[in-house]
Design a protein around this ligand. Structure first.
Ligand code: HEM
Length: 455
């Protein structure tokens, strides 16, 4: 049988090495080798905010070997690049340096090729699919939440949940017991994202690549079986997909999508879910408001899609958590053609970064930006006046996160189960230690105390 052919796009013709000839743009000089990595790594926002104040909304910073990348700050730049009305900004070339593990995933596709594959995935995020996914979500969440007692690591809990849900929903793995190999291999993969691309024995990158190959091998071996079965999950449906000419997706493409989706769905959601737990423990008044909403809108212990769709407090708390702790700290692109911005000529094939948090922490956009104030996201509040391109934890435009509603549903379902049974108490008095790159997430453990409620 023939396979759906690869679609050629304009970014295929660009050199793999980005343009580094950016001396005409303002920006700090940086260390001759480390560039500005040492300033960016602990928390990029303070340094970038300082650079924005000094150089304006378009400046360069240095990465390793002091290779220059362009930072575009502000909602107008987000709009230009993310909407990408002229098909000028390649997501594949932007992301592939860090996500080389996920080649073939929809985020690493451009223009016509991207549109074809995004359309293929779209049905998995419609209401019917979400209703089906919620059954798996409720089952996994109930199992984990019922087993909670005393003090546990909130981040580990969220990771287990998010990965088990992604495996069940996208790959159709409803495991009676958790598959620990899959958990540790995905963890190893993430660990390799920022590692030096060294294949020396014992290197983090080599370990990550081997974990990726093991996982990919296990998924590839499954494709023929899925093709003959009638599974309605992403894996089953993509394995059986044929286009109007009767051509099917290659096995590699099927696995790229399933694999990429599991990765995209679980790390980001786990980070947001655990930091929302932390925020609610730190702000008992918001925890009480959310519990009141849970009790009022979800009378049964297994919430339905309709009940979860009407939870404004949960949504406001989630949005505010993402504003403060956006899991993805940079949206990277490379431009196919030159363009002009802020009075500067940006040459073709430059590496461009959009940092969401430069808007999220901008006092002219969000009053008192470092404080946790979910009320700013209630309908009728200032939210109405916030430019949609100033709140971009899910990106916007052509590559906007396909899992936005899925993530929100999962997080709401989790807090419905959790807050009915437990009070969340803070174990740490300080803000949690977070690592910002490659993904913002708690650093190490995030201890939380779960106190069982007596009804
Ligand atoms: C809180 C949780 C999540 C956050 C913060 C998040 C964030 C993002 C961001 C910022 C992008 C766009 C990147 C860019 O434009 O460069 C993205 C893309 C994507 N996300 Fe999410 N995500 C989350 C959860 C999920 C979930 C649960 C799924 C799947 C169920 C998912 C699937 C995807 C996919 C498929 C893309 C690529 C879309 C495309 O290229 O067309 N994400 N996500």
């Amino acid at each position: 049988m023939h396979h759906v052919p690869a679609i050629e796009v304009a970014s295929d013709r660009l050199s793999r090495t980005p343009n580094d000839d950016l001396a005409h743009l303002p920006g700090p000089r940086g260390h001759w080798y480390f560039g500005n990595v040492r300033e960016l790594l602990p928390d990029p926002t303070p340094f970038l905010t300082e650079m924005r104040a000094a150089h304006g909304d378009c400046f360069t910073v240095g990465m390793l070997r002091n290779r220059r990348v362009i930072v575009l700050a502000g909602a107008a730049a987000n709009r230009l690049v993310l909407l990408d009305a002229d098909s000028n900004f390649s997501s594949r070339l932007g992301w592939e340096a860090t996500l080389d593990f996920l080649s073939g995933f929809v985020l690493l596709r451009d223009f016509e090729d991207h549109a074809f594959h995004r359309d293929l995935l779209r049905p998995f995020f419609k209401a019917d699919a979400l209703r089906r996914d919620l059954v798996s979500m409720n089952r996994v969440i109930r199992r984990e939440v019922n087993g909670l007692a005393g003090t546990s690591d909130g981040y580990r809990l969220a990771k287990r949940l998010a990965l088990d849900i992604a495996l069940a929903v996208f790959a159709g793995f409803s495991l009676p017991r958790r598959n620990e190999t899959m958990h540790s291999d995905t963890e190893r993969m993430l660990d390799g994202v920022l590692a030096r691309r060294s294949m020396l024995p014992g290197s983090r990158y080599r370990r990550a690549l081997r974990a990726r190959n093991r996982l990919r091998g296990a998924f590839l071996a499954e494709v023929p079986r899925r093709r003959d079965a009638d599974g309605v999950d992403l894996f089953g449906r993509l394995s059986r997909f044929t286009d109007s000419s009767g051509r099917r997706l290659g096995d590699q493409d099927v696995v790229h999508h399933v694999f990429g989706m599991i990765f995209a769905a679980h790390e980001t959601t786990a980070s947001a879910m655990s930091l929302m737990m932390h925020s609610l423990a730190r702000h008992p008044e918001w925890q009480a408001r959310l519990r009141a909403e849970v009790v009022a809108r979800c009378p049964d212990e297994t919430p339905t899609l309709e009940e979860l769709s009407d939870m404004p407090v949960a949504e406001a708390v989630f949005r505010e958590t993402l504003r403060l702790y956006s899991p993805i700290q940079f949206l990277p692109r490379r431009n196919v053609r030159p363009f002009d911005w802020c009075g500067h000529r940006i040459p073709a094939n430059s590496h461009v970064l959009l940092p969401p948090q430069l808007c999220h922490r901008d006092a002219s956009r969000f009053e008192d930006p470092d404080s946790f104030r979910p009320d700013r996201f209630f309908a009728g509040s200032a939210r109405q006046h916030v430019d949609p391109f100033a709140w971009v934890p899910f990106g916007r435009g052509s590559h906007m996160c396909m899992g936005t509603h899925f993530a929100l549903l999962e997080v709401k379902a989790f807090f419905v189960h959790l807050l009915r049974l437990f009070d969340l108490k803070q174990t740490m008095t300080d803000a949690p230690a977070v690592q910002h790159l490659p993904l913002l997430r708690p650093k190490g453990r995030l201890p939380m105390t779960f106190v069982r409620r007596h009804s």
